[in-house]
Design a binder for this molecule. Structure first.
Ligand SMILES: NC(=O)c1ccc[n+]([C@@H]2O[C@H](COP(=O)([O-])OP(=O)(O)OC[C@H]3O[C@@H](n4cnc5c(N)ncnc54)[C@H](OP(=O)(O)O)[C@@H]3O)[C@@H](O)[C@H]2O)c1
Length: 287
């Protein structure tokens, strides 16, 4: 028997397919990797983005609340984990998902991680899988736990910053700028972290993990967007994804506008959190 489409309602929405970089439309190629041209166009706010790409990266061009745009990212397994029980997370996402992360890095002024990630993964936080500008790198390390030889502190010509508490003894190498903040209710207010970075000239910021750090920014209303890249793997027990205060009922959970993109085998949920984003007290430029 044929199903009656009137009873079934409209069909499922087809994913917006992430356009492969090889299809990137360019009138005059000026570099070998077209991503470099894209990252230049992206920064010229009044120049339209090429079709197909505006949907993915357009929301990251400008904040709607103030002059800052804050995007968080997490790579998640199907069972909602960001790492195995031993803390291993390289790599949950497939190669295309990792390229997306490097594209994000190349579009922001600064990449921020918590010290848990800096110690567990020793990430470089550089742009390597595409051509594009290198962002500044920041670690939130209140107790000064990160060693001086951490790869994110390596000098490659960009600013490196350490956010810590007053009177903490840090072993950051020469050239790393140290910002001290007071703790309020046992932590640095995420808005104070962002305001301090904005004071250093940063406007577009990527909070790259881990889950603890992202959760703190989320609870504090300090993200405009959250990119959750879900990979078709099941990790079993391990590091949880976002951890927030519990709710009694599922229907109390905030539901947000989302754009969904399929990136090879991974699925990107680009969540719009601008409705709950707090203002940072940074003046918004008139356009
Ligand atoms: N799948 C992914 O996308 C992804 C991404 C990144 C990391 N990871 C994995 O996640 C694990 C590490 O993440 P994690 O959640 O345990 O740690 P994390 O978020 O990297 O770091 C958390 C720590 O950073 C400090 N911190 C962050 N925000 C702070 C604030 N507002 N105020 C004060 N201190 C703050 C605290 O340090 P103190 O404890 O010193 O106070 C906190 O315990 C690793 O296994 C890594 O492999 C996965």
């Amino acid at each position: 028997m044929m199903a009656d489409s009137r009873l079934l309602g409209p069909p499922y929405r087809v994913f917006d397919f992430y356009v492969p970089i090889t299809n990137f439309p360019l009138s005059k190629p000026s570099s070998s990797d077209p991503w470099e041209d894209f990252s230049n166009v992206f920064r010229r706010e009044h120049q339209p983005l090429p079709q197909g790409w505006a949907d993915v990266f357009g929301p990251l061009r400008k904040g709607t609340v103030d002059d800052c745009l804050i995007v968080g990212q997490l790579g998640l397994s199907l069972d909602g984990r960001v790492a195995t029980e031993s803390g291993h997370s390289k790599y949950i996402n497939g190669p295309a998902g990792l390229v997306h992360l490097h594209r994000l890095r190349s579009l922001v002024d600064v990449v921020v991680v918590g010290v848990g990630t800096a110690i567990a993964d020793d990430p470089q936080l550089t742009v390597r899988r595409v051509s594009g500008p290198q962002p500044a790198r920041v670690v939130i390390d209140p107790k000064g736990r990160l060693c001086a030889d951490a790869r994110m502190f390596a000098d490659n010509g960009v600013r490196r910053l350490l956010i810590t508490e007053e009177r903490t003894r840090c072993t950051a190498p020469a050239g790393v700028e140290v910002i001290t903040l007071p703790k309020i209710d046992g932590q640095f207010a995420p808005s104070a972290i962002l305001a301090a970075l904005a004071g250093c000239g940063m406007r577009r910021m990527l909070i790259e993990g881990g889950a603890d750090t992202i959760s703190r920014f989320l609870v504090a209303g300090c993200l405009d967007r959250l990119h959750v890249m879900v990979a078709p793997i099941i990790l079993g027990n391990g590091g949880p994804g976002i951890v927030l205060p519990s709710l009694d009922r599922a229907d109390q959970a905030p539901r947000m506008p989302v754009r969904v993109h399929k990136i090879d085998d991974d699925v990107l949920f680009d969540c719009d959190l601008s409705a709950q984003r707090v203002a940072l007290g940074i003046a918004k430029k008139s356009t």
